[in-house]
Each structure stands twice: as C-alpha cells, then as structure tokens.
Design a protein around this ligand. Sequence first.
Ligand code: OAD
Length: 251
Amino acid sequence: MTADRELESELARAAEALKWATRVAVLTGAGVSAESGVPTFRASDGLWEGHRIEEVATPMGFAKNPELVWQFYNGRRENVAKVQPNPGHRALVELEGRYGDGFTLVTQNVDGLHQQAGSRNVLEIHGSLRRTRCTSCSAIEERGLKNLGDRPICSACGGFQRPDIVWFHEALPVDIWEAAQMAAHECNVLLVVGTSAVVYPAASVIPIAKANGATVIECNLTRTDASHAADIGLYGPSGETLPKLLAKLAG
Ligand code: OAD
C-alpha cells in the first residue's frame, strides 16, 4: 500500500474510533508545536542538542548557575512570544468542542500554545514557561513571555524566582498528574501527538489508557516508542494529519 493510501485508511479507522468514543484524552509533546516554530527536544537540531540538560534543566544546574538557566528560559520565552498556534493545535480545540467535559488534553509542552489556540481542559504536567515560582515562599506568578532578566524577584516576598517548570529529578505536580492519570484510565480513545514518548512518568499515560481498553491513535512524524502500543498510526506532520482527521470525523 502507498503511504497516502495507508494514511487514508488509518484516518478512516481513527475517525470510526472517535465516533464511538464518549471520553477522549490526548497526550501532546513538542512535535505538535514544531510547525509553529518551537524546536523539539531530541531532533538533531533540537533544544537539547546545544545544551547540557544537567546545566539548564535540573535543580542542581539552577543552584549552580541560575543566571545561565534564566538566560536559557528567557530565550525560550522570547521565541514562544514570536510564534502562533498551528492547525494541529486548532484541530484539538475543535475536537474538544465535540466531547466537552469528556475531553482532556494532557500536555508535556510548556509553551501555552494549546490554551492560546482555545483549548480549555489542559493539564500542563511539565509546568509553563509563562509562570514563575518563588524559591522562598513558593508563590506562583503569571509572567507572560517577556524577558525577565537574570534574577527575577517574587512580588510577594522578595525571594528569588525560578521557572515554574518541572526539571529532571523533580516530581510532577501531584494534582495535575493525578487528573492526567484519571483521564487516561477513563478514556475510550487516547491520541498521542508529537511526542517521542521516552520521558516518564508522562509517557505512562499510554500504557494506562491501553490497559483500560482505550484505542490508542499515534500522530507523529515517524514511528516512536509509543508505536508498539498504538492501534492506529497517523504518520506525518500533526498540523496536517489532525485537520484531516477532524474533516473525516465531520464527514
Ligand atoms: P521530543 O523532542 O522528544 O519528541 C518530539 C516528537 O515529535 C518526535 O517523536 C518527533 O518525531 C515528533 N514530531 C516532530 N515534528 C512533528 C510534527 N510536525 N508533527 C508531529 N510530530 C512531530 O519531545 P517530547 O516528546 O515532547 O521535558 O519530549 C518530552 C519531554 O522531554 C519534554 O516535555 C521535556 C523534554 O526533556 C522536560 O523539560 C521536563
């Protein structure tokens, strides 16, 4: 079968699964924002390519050189400020409109583009670039995407702020992660979009949904660690495959 015909047949199967579903969960990763111009992590020109993870994405790195960490996150914030949600984000907004309260979007992304596109029930399991957290009083502030300089200060207590991002060696936010696991337990269909599915516990959403009988639909550029669990594979840019899926569902 040619790739086009295979995609067409997988789109039909995916639309059929979604037609029967009452509860839908989605796990997204950096790939869904790639077509907006946000770099992914593990591509050859990806975000982790030019940086040592332990320097910019661990509590130890922050303790050692907070200025370097803030430079890295200010750069990411400024990049996200320049981009817009793409048709993949918008297709997920449309999908939420179909299922209402039965829809949960679990995202590993910290760029806020899902909410900017109009998604409502979004669980940010890795935090947000747009927020800071005080290292003294833990107060969280919405700071938008402007450059915050090397030593942003808490407006509540004057303490030193860090990005409100989950770093390596840190736990996910408890309530948000519990809600994500619950959505994975309860869904009839799980869409896995733009993630290499190698980072845990985030990727465990996939086996949780699978073990509870959900149909797993993978929407990635190419096959990934999630593919062995996927019942249906929509391979190609999600800014193209997701709108096609929505069109099929409407037809
Ligand atoms: P990765 O960079 O690991 O994976 C991105 C995935 O998206 C790959 O499978 C790509 O093939 C796919 N992809 C790229 N462009 C795409 C497109 N246009 N359409 C569809 N798929 C596309 O990013 P994540 O899986 O998100 O964690 O990484 C997971 C976590 O690792 C991140 O949240 C981050 C990172 O370390 C933290 O910072 C805590």
